[in-house]
Ligand binder design. Sequence first.
Ligand SMILES: NC(=O)c1ccc[n+]([C@@H]2O[C@H](COP(=O)([O-])OP(=O)(O)OC[C@H]3O[C@@H](n4cnc5c(N)ncnc54)[C@H](O)[C@@H]3O)[C@@H](O)[C@H]2O)c1
Ligand SMILES: C[N+](C)(C)CC=O
Length: 489
Amino acid sequence: MRKMMYIDGKWVSARSGETKEIINPYNQEVIAVVPRGDREDARDAIRAARKAFDEGEWRKVTAPERADMLFQVAEKIRKYKQELAELETLNTGKTLTESLADMDGIAAVFQYYAGLADKDGGMIIESPIPNSSSRMVREPVGVCGQITPWNYPLLQASWKLAPALAAGNTVVVKPSEITPLTTLRIAEIFEEVGFPPGVVNVVLGPGSTVGQEIAENHDVDLISFTGGGVAGRQIMQAAAGNFKKISLELGGKNPNIVFADADFDTAVDYALNAVFFHAGQVCSAGARLLVQSSIHDRFVEAVVEQAKHIRLGNGFDEKTQMGPVISAEHLASIEKYIQTGIQEGAKLVLGGKRPADPELQKGFFIEPTIFINCHTNMRIVQEESFGPVLTVETFDTEEEAVRLANDTIYGLAGAVWTQDMNRAERVSRQLRMGTVWINDYHPYFPQAPWGGYKQSGIGRELCHVGLEEYTEIKHVYMNLDPKPMGWFQ
Ligand SMILES: NC(=O)c1ccc[n+]([C@@H]2O[C@H](COP(=O)([O-])OP(=O)(O)OC[C@H]3O[C@@H](n4cnc5c(N)ncnc54)[C@H](O)[C@@H]3O)[C@@H](O)[C@H]2O)c1
Ligand SMILES: C[N+](C)(C)CC=O
């Protein structure tokens, strides 16, 4: 695999010659050295994408041909699935099982948008003007900047790349500076499939320089960002310079609501998966457990008992159920949240510290952590720790459950557990969230939209609406019998 940036169809170092070490969060070993780009490199990539969009052969590639190319990408991801998954596990620490599932999802996204690429032929409009024709067509937006986070590096990139290319745009992708490897590997796949130079560009470097340049640059027509609210706000401000189209997939503090009539064992099992999957580093993690008071003690006891046995370790070890968190900085930030929870008066009933196991000392590990006696006025309930930290609140009535669940600046996702389908329907309608799961947690797939209400984001990814984000709408009107009007005669 080439450890260079991919700009204008060429593999290049940073203009400055600077590099960055990429490490494995399981043991802090250096796994790669990659270029550390800056604004100049970002400008090169943007220029290449602009030229490819405005002047290149890409504009002549038909929608069925784009579909065919994206199908080939999907096939190659399946072909290289093991290699890609191993690279993702090496760079993120997530278990290989999770990475393999990510690769299935990534192939599915390319396949889905390949299928949609040539399906929208526009719309004939019934013109109210005699002797005229009127139609609506969708066209690519132009140069799309795409900035992605470290928790699902290739998956989040695929949610952006596949619809952007299906619609005929050119792209500049900036992966997280700590997890660039699978995004570089997929650039090789685009090259192998034969995407023309400049259509896909991958530029590496910090958000404060490379990311900021992409957000500010007036040659970029659209910016799609997945990450935290702080960067999201800076990107939105920077994008205002030329009124870029904007799509933001931000954080969440997602409620998992369990009513007393839920299937107890299943709800316990999913409550663990909701929060501890990928060590809680999931935007939609069910980090807030809301349990009806009549079953609270028994439910918490069962969750704690099972969480005690979660096996931490190397993502490549089949026995591992939870890997490390991504970095020393992130680990420190999670530990700070845990201290905040204790200071705020939440009761720590599990974890809260680094594991004692000598084999885990080089990695960024933190034990599965559970707090009870939590309230919505606590920071630990309101803010994203983005780690394996569960807060438990109680409620008595359906109205209270809805009120507590919605009492957050976020609105990404949430779940309802009950066997009363009328109640499930009533509650799901009142939750102000982009996704509501009923008697389940976590499923997402290309056919359904993904995105957030409130401060969880703007716009949607996946589904046909995710493709529409990457299009401009044009109205084409034709006078079929042009004659002088005589207005000024
Ligand atoms: N809603 C979703 O679908 C979704 C999915 C995954 C992650 N997330 C969120 O992402 C966050 C964790 O990821 P992270 O720590 O990588 O987020 P982050 O915001 O720190 O970084 C994300 C990306 O933005 C870049 N960046 C940072 N500052 C920037 C700036 N000023 N201008 C341009 N680019 C900038 C980074 O280099 C990185 O590539 C969490 O809040 C999580 O909830 C949301
Ligand atoms: C969108 N998702 C769930 C794949 C990753 C969020 O962090």
